[in-house]
Design a protein around this ligand. Structure first.
Ligand code: ADP
Ligand code: MG
Ligand code: ZN
Length: 475
């Protein structure tokens, strides 16, 4: 009945060494107001000088999303007052951004993907940070002047799930490109969400609400879901016009609700005009060339893994969501583990055991060790079930896979004569059931397998047990 329409604006902090218009450091977490100078403090007469590295990083991003790179772009002043903005304006790009008309693909569980248009990506400077105490506020200007790339999507996103998929893809692209650390807790990857609804089939855009400054995928998902429900309810109650107005809303973490913060400014209110202190940016051929020098990106890597190892599209997109994970996977294969098991043991078993945002690159079980574990399943030393216990043990103990198997006594019984002995014991103690089986009660086969497995404490190789039982019972 209703369709959800979402467009996202993402601000990423570029990981240049110095700020965008001065030579102050961009490092995070330093003592307040130590990385500042006349330019980023806006002392009278100080003039900005553009950081070339920021331009090249923006160009690489443009190339990664298949966009148009403008060889000539303009920096504007966006005028507004806020204590964290010492100049009283933010230097940003407006009519001519450096990057325009790009695209990004999001991947679904069934292996399909969908294109999301990227309207533009422009460079701007970050503001400082206001720190609020009970009775007073302070401002830290270390962040003021940090280069930001603002990436604006088309309103092509249709659900909270698609929004999160878009953001994760974008996150992985900027990390692959190494243009940002994209650390959400430290604010290097921040997202504003624009949400509206419309009757299905209608292609007009309805009033949008902007939810500001969301810094976790989970909150973004929740904020969208709350907002969509609020708008649908207003529509159904006949109060849509009154309750859904163009405004900026904030997400309240404890209640999971969004609430109005302020009416949405029109761009005219910012009195944008070209910054007279900065010349138009002219990108040289050398810079264009430098910006073309980009690594294999998630989508290309995904296609390659599908082709080279025959794994499923969606599995490949999970594996390629970070370079570290993709490298881990390829290392397991080099070690001789099969692709199919490497996918499962990396993306399900290992990831499921890594808690608190620990990446695979910091996992206590590295690629070589996880590959040896997989190989021990593949050569029938242990069962897949036992391997889960071994992995639990390896997460806590820095020992080899074989040592862990020994310590836990999980080595699979595959020795033919030993297994025959065990099978015969079970059959001998269940003569009545053997008789019933021979008289046609087929179901009992499973019972015998179960008894043998139990007697071996789960260590008997089930395939072999089946084989031997068949020989004994059917002949
Ligand atoms: P501003 O910078 O003032 O927020 P923009 O025109 O740059 O405005 O749009 C910001 C974002 O809002 C874009 O991502 C765009 O796709 C999205 N958007 C625009 N209209 C709608 C709408 N009706 N519903 C949802 N998203 C929208
Ligand atoms: Mg906006
Ligand atoms: Zn400075």
């Amino acid at each position: 009945m209703f369709e959800v329409v979402i467009g996202l604006e993402v601000h990423i902090q570029l990981n240049t060494k110095t700020k965008i218009f001065c030579s102050c450091a961009t490092s995070f977490g330093d003592k307040p107001n130590t990385n500042v100078c006349p330019v980023c403090l806006a002392l009278p007469g100080a003039l900005p000088v553009l950081n070339k590295e920021a331009i090249i990083k923006a160009i690489s991003f443009g190339n990664a999303i298949n966009a148009t790179i403008h060889k000539r772009s303009i920096f504007n002043r966006k005028n507004y007052f806020y204590p964290d903005l010492p100049k009283g304006y933010q230097i940003s790009q407006f009519e001519i951004p450096i990057v325009e008309n790009g695209e990004l693909y999001i991947d679904f569980e069934d292996g399909s993907s969908k294109r999301v248009g990227i309207t533009r990506a422009h460079l701007e400077e970050d503001a400082g940070k206001n720190l609020h105490d009970n009775n007073f506020s302070q401002v830290d200007l270390n962040r003021a002047g940090t280069p930001l790339l603002e990436i604006v999507s088309e309103p092509d996103i249709r659900s909270s799930d698609e929004a999160v998929k878009y953001l994760k893809k974008l996150h992985s692209i900027v990390r692959y490109l190494d243009i940002s650390d994209a650390n959400m807790q430290e604010g290097s990857f921040r997202c504003d969400v624009n949400v509206s609804i419309r009757p299905k089939g209608d292609d007009k855009l309805y009033t949008r609400v902007e939810i500001k400054n969301l810094n976790s995928f989970k909150f973004i998902q929740k904020a969208i879901e709350y907002e969509v429900n609020r708008q649908i309810e207003a529509w159904e109650d006949g109060v849509y016009e009154d309750e859904v107005v163009q405004e900026t809303r904030l997400f309240n973490i404890p209640t999971g609700e969004t609430r109005s913060m302020r009416g949405k400014e029109d761009s005219a209110e910012y009195r944008y005009f070209p910054d007279p202190d900065l010349l138009p940016v002219i990108v040289s051929d050398k810079m264009l060339q430098d910006g073309k020098n980009i690594p294999e990106l998630p989508d290309q890597k995904k296609d390659r893994l599908v082709k080279e190892y025959g794994i499923k599209e969606y599995d490949a997109s999970v594996i390629t969501s970070s370079v570290e994970m993709a490298n881990f996977f390829e290392k397991m294969i080099q070690q001789g583990a099969s692709a199919k098991n490497s996918v499962i043991w990396l993306s399900v078993e290992l990831l499921g055991r890594l808690k608190g945002g620990v990446g695979v690159e910091n996992s206590p079980v590295n690629a070589i060790k996880l590959a040896s574990l997989v190989k021990r399943i593949e050569d029938s030393t242990i069962s897949a079930k036992a391997a889960k216990e071994v992995l639990d043990h390896l997460m806590l103990n820095d020992i080899s896979v074989d040592e862990a198997i020994d310590e836990l006594g999980l080595k699979q019984m595959s020795d033919e004569s030993e297994l025959i002995k065990l099978v015969d014991q079970i059959l001998d103690t269940n003569l009545e059931k053997v008789e019933e089986y021979k008289n046609g009660k087929d179901k009992l086969f499973g019972f015998f397998v179960g008894q043998v497995m139990k007697a071996s404490q789960g260590r008997a190789n089930p395939a072999k047990v089946n084989e031997i039982l068949k020989k004994r019972l059917i002949g």
